[in-house]
Structure formats: structure tokens, C-alpha cells
Design a protein around this ligand. Sequence first.
Ligand code: HEC
Length: 157
Amino acid sequence: MMYGFNDHLLGKFTVAVAACLLLASPVTQIRADEPAGKTELHFRGMMQELDRNMQKITAAISREDWALVAQIAPRIARHPELPLAEKMQILAYLGTNASEFHHIDAQTHEAASDLEQVAEFGDGKAVIQAFARVQENCLACHQNFRKPFVEHFHGAH
Ligand code: HEC
């Protein structure tokens, strides 16, 4: 019980330190291309990185370079996480839709992990199927969430 109390305090302290570090990061330099006055998110940059990696995988599939597919797939399956403060901001925005958003996100990660595995086996047909599953999940989230998300965080345009 005594340790539980201390762990709790330590947890709170860690979160507070992490939040301070994140708030101190030079976000404006990272997203200098965004119009002034709009909310600046790492989320869009993360999406652009996913997009680049999907394109690299398409090129690798055309060359039947399964080793390269296996090398790139983890960058989708285990892409860098968003800063904690931004995660909390997005969670707050999503509200009761957060679980659906998370679900599609998890499915995308799972499909990308499968993609990595079948590429390691050099199974071309399975690679294409797993890749299609990744794309279906990208699409599912975009169809459900993108428009209102963009309107909320970037203003309607
Ligand atoms: C769980 C939800 C979700 C998943 C899964 C998801 N996206 Fe997105 N994506 C979004 C949202 C929301 C936006 C709008 C973000 C914004 O404009 O700030 C977006 C925007 C984008 C954009 C546009 C970025 C820009 O510059 O305007 C690209 C490209 C993109 N996603 C690629 C992908 C790819 C590729 C995948 C699958 C590997 C994927 N996304 C999976 C939610 C998701």
C-alpha cells in the first residue's frame, strides 16, 4: 500500500516533467509552413511520413524487393508517437469517438505488422493482401474522421 502511494506520486511527477519538456519543444520551427493563428499539430507531419513510407512500399512491391518491404513496414507499424500534450488535445476533441479512432488505428498497426511478417517470408501475394489491408484502414479512418478533424484543427478550407 505504501509503495502504491509512492508509485502514484512518481507517476504524476513523470507525467508533469514529460508535459513540461513537450511544451518547451520548438513546435513553431517544426511546423513553420502552417498559416499563423492555426493550431499546429505533429499529427499531419506523422501522416505525411506514413504516406511516404506507403509509397516506398509500393515501389518495393513493384520490384519484388520483399526485404525492403520488411524493412519499411515497421515504420508504419511502430511509427513515432505524438507528444503527450498533443495526444491529450486530440483525445479531448474526439470525446466519445476516441475508441473508434483508436480501434482503426490499432487495426492499421496490426495490418502493417502482418505486412512486415509476410514480407520477411517473401510471400508476394500475401504482401499485397496485407498492404491492401493497411490501405483499407487508412481509408476507413479518413472517411470517418478526416473532414471534421481538419475543420476543427485547421479551420474550414
Ligand atoms: C486513426 C485515424 C487515421 C489513420 C489510421 C490514418 N490516418 Fe491519415 N489522417 C487522419 C486524419 C484525422 C487526417 C487529417 C489530419 C490533418 O489534416 O491535420 C489525416 C491526414 C492524412 C494525410 C494528409 C496529410 C496532409 O498533408 O494534409 C495523409 C497523406 C494521410 N493521412 C496518410 C495516411 C496513411 C498512408 C495512412 C495509413 C498507413 C493513414 N493516413 C492512416 C487520420 C488517420
